[in-house]
Every structure is written in structure tokens, then in C-alpha cells.
Design a binder for this molecule. Structure first.
Ligand code: XIL
Length: 340
């Protein structure tokens, strides 16, 4: 761990990593703080994490651990995620009697209010326990909405989620407007704007049709003056995805008055994992981070979706990350750093 250059010292933008509380102590924490300067909660800031069984808002104990770890170690926190179709309590979409909300005006109002309260509760807790946003609060960004674009076949290019079924496209605008309001209000400095960058985030944005639908939506949001600041690319890819496709995805959004982020990078090598594949993966990370460096002006951060291979949600598809389970740097690490 000691002998290697920290990844973040070689990058012109923050180096992020998704974790849970297992990475906040011991060797994992040592490795993490050496190489990264930003964390994302892999699961514990998702909509369902904030509620106990009685549906009462309370920060998940692991979210608290992550926030404390960040505050103690001078790490930034990239919030993930305020509004999503997945990992969200079912009761969000039910009325007080447990009946599914419809798109009636009354039911829409219930869901709008629920969304607003959810977002404000999160912002208020973070400001109350960790200081004003922008002062010492570690949170610098949030994925406001996640995966709202469809994988195909809908006339407006949007996913048919519960949010969409009840509120229509408006739910996306509202998510950003409430987040903008919430972070502005919890940031006490008079007249200052929230220093929390608000992102939309999605997967397969390096692929044609999805990218077209994503761009069309983001252009509509900008046109409607929705307070969106950034476009996130998850980039869950494999060695078969040309790095040029990642670059093309970034280029496609560069004309907009927005920043971009690589939010969830992992690169599977397939199974069985071979030394040759890991070396190829090293070159992949080298080329990808060369592209990210070349587009540094557009990039808010680049985040890998996990610290060590065995902890990856895509571990079964073959060693997608930068460090192995013995906390050793893989060729992928050297690729990132050598690309400098
Ligand atoms: C994944 C986590 O990594 C898993 O641990 C969990 O079981 C499911 O969610 N897109 C996202 C992330 O935005 O939140 C997902 O994270 C991966 C895909």
C-alpha cells in the first residue's frame, strides 16, 4: 500500500470509490484513503435506506458511518441517490390505506409531497450533523434521479416507473427543483448558492439508442431551466466495449452548459479470469483514464464502483475493479496511473 502513488494524486479531478462500512476500517480504509478522495455509498443512501420498519425517516446507521469516515479523513461524499425506481419503499407509491396511488390530482399531490419531504429530510439531517453545505459538509454532489431513461420502446424515451406512472415526466423536474431548494435552504450563507452539484445518472449511456434518449431528455431539462448541473455516466462495461464509445458519450454532452461525471465505472474481464485478461484490463483502464484526463474540463469526478474485486456487484463476470482481494494493485491500477 505504501509504495504506490495515490490514484487521486495523478488525476485532475476527484477520484471516487463506492463503498459500504466494511471499507471504513482496517486495511481497506488504509487503501481507500491512500488512493481516493471521494466516496459514494454503494447502497446506504438509496431511498429505502432512510426509513425504519415504521416508515420513519432516520439516517441508516451505515450512512452515518460513511459520513463520519469522510469527515474524519477529509473525503468528499457523492450522494447516491435521491429519486430512483429501485431500492425504494413500496409505500412511497401507496396512499394511507395501502391502495396504489393513481395519476389523479389528489394522488399526485401525495407523491409530490412525499418526494419533497424525503429530499428535505436528507438535506436537513446532513446540514444539521455535518455542517453547512459548502463549509465543512463533505457532500459535494447528489445523483438526483437515477436510471429514468428507458432501454427502448417508449415514445418519450422514459422508463415506465412508478414515479412516471403517477407523475409523468414532471417527476424528473420536481426532483431537481426540490433538491435545489433543499440544498439552498440548508446552506446558511446569505445569498450564496448551494455548492452541491445536482446530477442525473444512467447506465449504457455509451450505447447508441440509450445515449440518444438520454441526450434528448437532458436537452429538454435544460430547455425548461430545470436546476440540473451534471450528467452522470455509470459506465458498467466489459473489455468488449471500445474505450472510444466512452469518449463519444462524453463528447456527445459537451455542448451543454453542464458538467459530467463517470459515476460507477467497472470493467469486467469475463471468466475464467486470466493473467492475460487482467493485463488487457490494465490497458483498458489506461486508455479510459487518458480519455477522462483529456476531458478533464468537463468532468466533475471519476468513480469506480467498488474498492476490491470480490466486493463488486459484478464479481461473477470477472474481476472488474482496480485492486484485488489481497488489497494488491492490479494492472488496472498501473494503467490508471501510467496514463498520467
Ligand atoms: C448496486 C449495488 O452495487 C448492489 O450492491 C445492489 O445490490 C444493487 O445496486 N446502478 C446504480 C447502482 O445506480 O446503485 C447499482 O448498485 C448498480 C447499477
Amino acid at each position: 500500500i505504501e509504495d504506490l502513488a495515490g490514484i487521486h494524486t495523478t488525476l485532475p479531478f476527484p477520484a471516487g470509490v463506492a463503498i459500504d462500512s466494511r471499507e471504513t476500517s482496517g486495511k481497506a480504509a488504509e487503501l481507500l484513503t491512500r488512493h481516493f478522495d471521494q466516496i459514494t455509498a454503494e447502497n446506504h443512501m438509496k431511498p429505502d435506506a432512510w426509513y425504519d420498519d415504521a416508515r420513519t425517516f432516520r439516517p441508516h446507521p451505515q450512512a452515518v458511518e460513511l459520513m463520519d469516515f469522510a469527515a474524519e479523513n477529509g473525503l468528499d461524499v457523492y450522494g447516491h441517490v435521491l429519486v430512483w425506481h429501485s431500492q425504494t419503499p413500496d409505500w412511497f407509491f401507496e396512499d394511507a390505506d395501502g391502495a396504489p396511488l393513481t395519476d389523479s390530482a389528489a394522488d399526485q399531490e401525495i407523491l409530490r409531497e412525499r418526494m419533497r419531504t424525503h429530499i428535505f429530510d436528507i438535506a436537513e439531517w446532513m446540514a444539521a450533523d455535518y455542517g453547512e453545505f459548502g463549509a465543512d459538509n463533505p457532500v459535494t454532489a447528489w445523483d438526483v434521479v437515477n436510471e429514468v431513461v428507458s432501454d427502448g420502446g417508449t415514445d418519450d424515451g422514459l422508463r415506465r416507473s412508478e414515479w412516471y406512472r403517477i407523475l409523468g415526466e414532471e417527476f424528473i423536474d420536481l426532483s431537481f427543483r426540490y433538491a435545489d431548494e433543499a440544498f439552498n435552504e440548508t446552506y446558511a450563507a446569505e445569498g450564496a448558492d448551494r455548492p452541491v452539484t445536482l446530477f442525473i445518472n444512467d447506465y449504457n449511456t455509451e450505447q447508441g439508442g440509450k445515449q440518444d434518449r438520454y441526450l434528448a431528455l437532458v436537452e429538454r431539462l435544460v430547455e425548461r431551466e430545470v436546476p440540473i448541473d451534471g450528467v452522470g455516466h455509470q459506465f458498467h462495461v466489459s473489455l468488449a466495449m471500445p474505450v472510444a464509445a466512452l469518449e463519444a458519450a462524453i463528447v456527445r454532452f459537451e455542448h451543454l452548459p453542464l458538467v459530467q461525471a463517470v459515476t460507477e465505472l467497472d470493467v469486467t474481464v469475463g471468466t475464467p479470469v486470466t493473467q492475460a485478461n487482467l493485463i488487457e484490463q490494465g490497458y483498458y483502464f489506461r486508455d479510459a483514464f487518458r480519455v477522462f484526463r483529456e476531458h478533464a474540463d468537463a468532468l466533475f469526478c471519476a468513480t469506480v464502483w467498488g474498492l476490491t474485486d470480490g466486493r463488486s456487484w459484478r464479481a461473477d463476470n470477472g474481476a472488474p475493479l482496480v485492486f484485488d482481494d489481497a488489497y494488491q494493485a492490479k494492472p488496472a491500477y498501473h494503467g490508471i496511473v501510467d496514463g498520467d
